[in-house]
Design a binder for this molecule. Structure first.
Ligand code: ADP
Ligand code: MG
Length: 639
């Protein structure tokens, strides 16, 4: 990431002007011009930073107690001056050196910044939501302020080593050394005309209770009444997860979620638990209602906030949940881990593995309850995170049955008001004699629904699950059965109708086979190695032909994944199945001219490939072939 550029050293003492990093400039513009609603989140972000600063000092003081010195009680103070139109958020936490202020308040260090800008569509509503998900942080001050001043002194530094940072959000900021007696940071906002309401003490108290009631540090404000200089604590200042469940209101859980997730929206559900006994830890886990923009990015933010005996240790501790639950937000507070635990240690600590097992079960239980009691909310969750949760089918064998129970599918039998089905629903309404769970994978839901390979199944009224997510072929390839019923990919091998095929069906099939022997051989001869076999289809009804893979051949989706990763997929040779009652196939059968026969056979093959979503190696050739046929038809006398 580019650092800020120093444009000029200015006159007064050691005052310097720096330009914001380009990304910051862009983010500031966005915030100033697109974030109309939720202006008040600036306060949540500034208190969050103040609280982080206190957390970090408390943590540093474990190794070096002198850092906290006399001023041992860590806390946050908010002062408002309605006459001047200012709000100041002050903490006595870790503070910043001049160099840190330049780096931290001039650049964005976060990974995924580029992705964030790419996901912006120009739609103000969506932009506003995305900014929220990105976690606007310090720069949110400029939503309400046209000038921001920061004064800071790092814990352990001399009072003369303070820094003053200031900016009007016009592309530059200045820094200069000041004598700041107090340890920590104060951020003063000079409010814009239309944001003066935030200098009102009553309004501020309301917001603090709403956003910061349950952070672990006291937030103080001046006592009400004229000229009072005393401060009083206005939040509960008790970390929410440490309170008994019975003392916490739903609204408090929601607000706490919004605080830790930097989200505007309410969570769908949460689970708060204290485990006691041999192992002791508390967890508070939330299911968000909206996927973050970096859900599928390798380096996207994920994981829980980790505390050890109420001391904040780290954000994004990803060792406590498996990757397929990376959308879960929350806090885990362990009584058993050492305070000096690092990410490296977390990876090897057996204690962490055990907590992870427990938390995974909790989340799966929570999901199960949501699916059962609040199916609408569960549908939202599935829409946002289903593709991630599904990874667990492959990744977590021990919990596979639970995850399968939570999995939802599009289906040929879905109803309008219920766009997905569960496997239990599928199995419950299987036809008499049916002993396979049929599915088809394709690039899009429409392509799956229209797949020629399922025409016969549809005609028979058999339900087919329609899969169209990128990982579906991979996931389904690992799955064998559900409640004793085998899964069957309708586009591979034999259709396995089993007890569903009647004697009449079998007779008809045998008769068709006998009659078509000559045709099948001619088509195979003309297509050559492209197909392993040409056979009479029991799948097709309306379409003339389809391609069928062997049970273990690699399918189209896996090929694309490999290709995207720059790897070569093994060549595939499907079988071509023909619908011998189809007029085009009849027409083919009657063709005497070998050249024309070959063209039409190739055309049917290409169409079958197109219908399953494969890209033709040479599309213009296909178009020419089709056009030659159309021209011949147009030239023929009308029947
Ligand atoms: P984030 O909090 O996600 O890191 P922010 O934009 O909110 O991002 O803050 C950027 C950085 O500025 C913080 O990571 C921190 O290093 C520094 N910072 C902001 N506010 C404070 C503060 N009150 N005390 C100390 N450092 C701060
Ligand atoms: Mg922050």
């Amino acid at each position: 990431m580019a650092s800020t550029t120093e444009t000029a050293a200015e006159n007064s003492g050691d005052r310097q002007t720096h330009g914001f990093q380009a990304e910051v400039r862009e983010l500031l513009q966005l915030m100033i011009h697109s974030l109309y609603s939720h202006k008040e989140i600036f306060l949540r972000e500034l208190i969050s930073n103040a609280s982080d600063a206190c957390d970090r000092l408390r943590f540093a003081a474990i190794a070096e107690p002198a850092l906290v010195g006399e001023e041992a009680e860590l806390g946050i103070r908010i002062d408002a001056d309605p006459a001047a139109g200012t709000v100041t958020v002050t903490d006595n936490g870790i503070g910043m050196t001049r160099t840190e202020a330049i780096a931290n308040l001039g650049t964005i260090a976060r990974s995924g910044t580029a992705q964030f800008f790419k996901s912006l569509s120009g739609d103000a509503q969506k932009t506003s939501q995305l900014i929220g998900q990105f976690g606007v942080g310090f720069y949110s001050a400029f939503i309400v302020a046209d000038r921001v001043e920061v004064r800071s002194r790092k814990a352990g530094e001399a009072p003369e080593a303070g820094v003053r940072w200031e900016s009007g959000a016009d592309g530059d900021f200045t820094v200069e050394t000041i004598t700041q007696a107090a340890r920590g940071t104060s951020v003063t906002l000079h409010l814009k005309e239309d944001a003066r309401e935030f200098a009102d003490a009553f309004r501020l108290r309301g917001l603090i209770r709403r956003y910061s009631d349950h952070i672990g540090f006291p937030v103080r404000m001046r006592k009400e009444g004229e000229a009072s200089l005393e401060h009083e604590v206005v939040n509960q200042a008790k970390a929410l997860w440490t309170l008994p469940r019975t003392e916490i209101k739903d609204e408090e859980y929601r607000q706490f979620y919004q605080y830790i997730a930097h989200d505007f929206t309410d969570p769908l559900a949460w689970s708060h638990n204290k485990v006691e006994g041999k192992r002791e830890y508390t967890s508070l886990l939330f299911l968000p209602a909206k996927a973050p923009f970096d859900l599928f990015q390798r380096d996207g933010a994920r994981g829980l906030k980790l505390y050890v005996r109420r001391v904040f240790i780290m954000d994004d501790a990803e060792q406590f949940l498996p990757p397929y639950l990376r959308f879960v937000k929350g806090v885990v507070d362990s009584s058993d881990l050492p305070l000096n635990v690092s990410r490296e240690i977390l990876q090897q600590e057996p204690e962490v593995e055990a907590i992870k097992g427990g938390l995974t079960k909790r989340v799966l239980d929570l999901l199960g309850r949501l699916a059962k009691d609040e199916p609408e909310k569960y549908a939202t969750l599935w829409k946002e995170f289903g593709a991630v949760l599904k990874e667990g089918i492959v990744q977590d064998h021990a919990n596979q049955p639970a995850i399968l129970g939570l999995t939802r599918f599009a289906s040929t039998h879905q109803e309008h008001d219920n766009p997905t089905v569960s496997l239990a629903e599928y199995v419950a309404r299987m036809s008499p004699g049916q002993d396979r769970i049929y599915y088809v994978t394709a690039e899009t839901p429409e392509a799956a629904r229209g797949s020629p390979a399922i025409e016969r199944l549809r005609e028979r009224g058999l339900e087919v699950l329609l899969l169209s997510e990128r990982i579906d072929e991979w996931v389904m390839g690992q799955l064998h059965e559900f409640e004793g019923k085998r899964f069957k990919d309708a586009t591979r091998g034999a259709l396995e109708l089993g007890g569903l095929a009647s004697d009449a069906d079998r007779k008809r099939h045998d008769a068709e086979l006998k009659e078509s022997k000559g045709l099948l051989k001619r088509v195979k001869d003309s297509l050559g190695e492209r197909v392993t076999e040409v056979r009479v289809s029991e799948r097709l009804r309306e379409s003339p032909a389809c391609l069928v893979l062997g049970e273990h051949d690699m399918g189209e989706q896996m090929r694309r994944i490999l290709a995207a990763a720059g790897q070569k997929a093994p060549e595939s040779h499907p079988a071509l199945e023909l619908n011998v009652t189809h007029p085009l196939v009849k027409y083919l059968e009657g063709m005497a001219d070998a050249g024309q026969f070959g063209e039409l056979a190739q055309l049917l093959y290409d169409q079958a490939a197109l219908a399953e979503g494969t890209q033709l190696p040479n599309p213009p050739e296909y178009v020419q072939r089709l056009n030659r046929l159309l021209v011949r038809l147009a030239a023929a006398p009308a029947a």
